[in-house]
Design a binder for this molecule. Structure first.
Ligand SMILES: [Zn+2]
Length: 360
C-alpha cells in the first residue's frame, strides 16, 4: 500500500548497490523472453506460478529457467530497460548492478560478453539521456565455485573492456557458495583488478555461519575488497565489527533476501540494528528483487517498520548508500545535497504534502 511514509521514502534519493540484473526479471518479462525462445511459450499464469516458490530448490529452478532464456544481447537490453524504469519509479537515483559474466562465459558459448555489454550499456545511455534522474554503473560478477581461472577470466575481461570501451564498468565481485570457493583462492585476481582501476566487492559472510563467516569477511578485507555483500556473519565477531567501523567498510544489506534464502531466521532477527548501533556503514538493497518479491524501496519500508526506526534515521541510511557508492566525490555531494533538501516527514505533513495519519 502506498502509505504517506512510503511516499516520503520514495522521495528520498537512494542508491541501490547490491542488485543482480538477472534477478530483476519479473514474470511479465519472462513471458516476453519465453515468447522469443520457447516453442510453447509460457503464459503469464504459468510464469507467476514459477515465482510462487514452494521451497528453495523451486526458487533455484526458477532462477535457472530465467537465466536460460537470456540468450541474445537484446534479451539483456530488454531486462536492463525494465530494471531502470523500475528503479526510477522507486526513487533510486543511482545503482551499481551486478551482471553474471560467469554465466555468460561458461554457459552461453554462442554469446559474447562484449555484445551483452554493448546492448545493456546502450540501454543505459538512452535511459540516462531520455528519462534521466538515474545513473547506472556495472559490476562484473564471477562465480566463486567454478575455479580460480574462471574468476581470473572475468576480472581480466572486465579490466580490458573498461579500458577499451565501457567506462561504466566500475568494478568486479564474486558470489555463490562461500564454502565451495573461499576468497583466498582469488587473491591474485583481486590484486590485479585493483591495479587495473576496478573497484572491488564480494559476497561474504552470507551463508557461512558463525565460525567460517567472520573468517571469510576478514579474508575479503585482506584481499582488498572495499564493500561487503551481505556480511551477516559479522554479528558473531565484535572485533571484526570494530574493524569494519574503523575502516568505514560499507555493508550491502539485503534483509528480505537473507530471510527467504534461509540465511537469517526472520527479519526481526536480522543483525542490521546491531550493525547500526555499532556505527557500521549499512546500506539497504534488494539483491534479486523480482525473485524475492521486494525492491529497494520495499526494503526501506520493511526496515523502517520492522525495527521501528524514525524517518530521519532512514535519511541517514539513504546517505550511507550514496557514500558507499563508487561515484566520484562531486556526484556524491550532489546526491547528498538532494537528500538534505527533502523536508522532514513531519514538515511534509505540516505542509499538507501528505494526509496526517496521526503517526508523524
Ligand atoms: Zn547478491
Amino acid at each position: 500500500m502506498d502509505t504517506p511514509r512510503r511516499q516520503w521514502l520514495r522521495r528520498l534519493a537512494k542508491a541501490e548497490l547490491h542488485l543482480h540484473l538477472e534477478g530483476t526479471v519479473t514474470p511479465e518479462t519472462l513471458v516476453i523472453l519465453s515468447a522469443r525462445h520457447d516453442t510453447t511459450p509460457l503464459t503469464l499464469g504459468e510464469a507467476r506460478a514459477l515465482y510462487a516458490y514452494k521451497d528453495f530448490a523451486h526458487f533455484l529452478r526458477t532462477f535457472k529457467l530465467v537465466l536460460d532464456r537470456l540468450l541474445d544481447p537484446e534479451d539483456y537490453a530488454l531486462i536492463a530497460r525494465e530494471m531502470m524504469c523500475d528503479l526510477a519509479a522507486q526513487g533510486v537515483v543511482h545503482a551499481e548492478v551486478y551482471i553474471s559474466w560467469g554465466n555468460i562465459l561458461h554457459w552461453k558459448p554462442h554469446l559474447r560478453v562484449e555484445d551483452v555489454m554493448t546492448a545493456v550499456d546502450s540501454a543505459r545511455t538512452e535511459f540516462e539521456a531520455g528519462i534521466g534522474g538515474l545513473s547506472i554503473l556495472w559490476i562484473a560478477d564471477a562465480t566463486r565455485t567454478w575455479s580460480a581461472a574462471a574468476v581470473e577470466e572475468v576480472f581480466r575481461l572486465a579490466a580490458r573492456l573498461r579500458t577499451d570501451r565501457f567506462a561504466s564498468i566500475v568494478g568486479v565481485g564474486i558470489g555463490g557458495d562461500e564454502a565451495g570457493g573461499p576468497i583466498e583462492l582469488f587473491r591474485d585476481s583481486y590484486v590485479e583488478a585493483k591495479k587495473a582501476g576496478l573497484r572491488l566487492t564480494a559476497h561474504a559472510g552470507e551463508a557461512t555461519g558463525e565460525v567460517k563467516g567472520p573468517l571469510e569477511i576478514r579474508a575479503a578485507l585482506s584481499t582488498g575488497v572495499e564493500r561487503i555483500g551481505h556480511g551477516l556473519a559479522a554479528q558473531y565477531d565484535d572485533e571484526l565489527m570494530d574493524v569494519l567501523r574503523e575502516q568505514g567498510v560499507p555493508l550491502e544489506i539485503n534483509v528480505t533476501s537473507n530471510v527467504l534464502t534461509g540465511c537469517c531466521p526472520s527479519k526481526q532477527e536480522h543483525p542490521l540494528p546491531i550493525y547500526m548501533d555499532k556505527g557500521l556503514l549499512c546500506t539497504l538493497n534488494s539483491d534479486d528483487p523480482a525473485m524475492f518479491g521486494s525492491n529497494c524501496l520495499d526494503e526501506y519500508v520493511l526496515v523502517q517498520e520492522t525495527f521501528g526506526l524514525d524517518l530521519e534515521t532512514m535519511r541517514v541510511l539513504a546517505k550511507n548508500s550514496i557514500l558507499a557508492s563508487f561515484l566520484d566525490e562531486g556526484k556524491k555531494q550532489h546526491l547528498i545535497d538532494l537528500i538534505d533538501a527533502l523536508p522532514s516527514y513531519t514538515e511534509s505533513v505540516r505542509q499538507f504534502e501528505y494526509p496526517n495519519d496521526g503517526t508523524a
